[in-house]
Write a new protein. Structure first.
Length: 265
């Protein structure tokens, strides 16, 4: 769900010309890479973005043609936004050891404050924990620029019924996102102990589109995240941002997505 919000934002930004989205690879997670591929294609279609989508790994450590496609697309100054397990990315970096030096990486995961990995008391370390070996390898590389979007920070951008009602009125793309997100309101009661759910991945996508009012600072991850990732030193992390402003930027993107006419009423 939160991956869908992020992909919709990037697709809309691509259609408007504010970013060039050169491709999307899917990966296993809370759905298969095959299901994620179908979802990504539909979201991009509704956003009016004609972008290649490649199916990636279905299990930890797997190398697929998606890795080669990432290598092929990775010219100088490319920016990679990692919203799921880092399996495809790690495989691409093994194929091309120079990739990290040419690219910037935004990766959603880690924590600055939590003591564990279990929901709902702490952010659940999903992306990195599903393929720990790939995460450790990819994050240890000398990236041109590496930025983490810690879960305890990005979770501050949360969505409830009011926000979904706003989203539904922006465009056909917004209506589609809202309709497919309402079940998460029901889940939020037991999963997040409230009536709102975090859109974990959206801040990273907005940052890639230069639409996030934020502070990126060197921070040392919390002890559990350091052990998971074998990263004892400080890393550049999203330290704070303005959630209401981020949501307004997202509504503006989705509402102006060409090919998604504004929905009245």
């Amino acid at each position: 769900m939160d991956d869908g919000f992020a992909l919709a934002a990037l697709g809309a930004a691509h259609r408007q010309g504010s970013v060039e989205l050169v491709g999307v690879s899917t990966v296993f997670g809370n759905a298969t890479a095959a299901i994620s591929e179908a979802c990504a294609r539909e979201l991009l279609r509704r956003a009016g973005a004609d972008v290649p989508v490649v199916r990636g790994a279905e299990r930890a450590g797997e190398s697929t043609p998606a890795a080669e496609r990432i290598v092929e697309a990775s010219g100088n100054n490319i920016e990679i936004v990692a919203l799921g397990p880092l399996t495809n990315l790690a495989a691409a970096c093994r194929r091309d050891p120079g990739l990290a030096g040419r690219a910037s990486l935004r990766a959603v995961g880690g924590s600055l404050s939590s003591r564990g990995f279990l929901p709902p008391l702490w952010p659940f370390e999903f992306n990195f924990a599903r393929d720990r070996k790939s995460a450790r390898f990819a994050l240890s590389l000398p990236w041109r620029r590496l930025t983490l979007f810690p879960l305890d920070v990005v979770r501050r951008l949360a969505v409830g019924a009011e926000e979904l009602n706003e989203l539904e009125k922006t465009s056909d793309l917004g209506k589609y996102l809202a309709a497919h997100s309402r079940r998460w309101l029901r889940r939020a009661r037991w999963r997040h102990l409230g009536r709102r759910f975090p859109v974990w991945d959206l801040p990273a996508a907005l940052d890639a589109a230069r639409l996030l009012d934020s502070a990126i600072e060197p921070r040392r991850l919390a002890a559990g995240a350091r052990r998971l990732l074998a990263q004892p030193g400080p890393l550049a992390c999203l330290a704070r941002f303005d959630p209401p402003a981020a949501w307004e930027e997202f509504l503006g993107l989705v509402g102006n997505a060409e090919g998604s006419p504004r929905h009245e009423g």
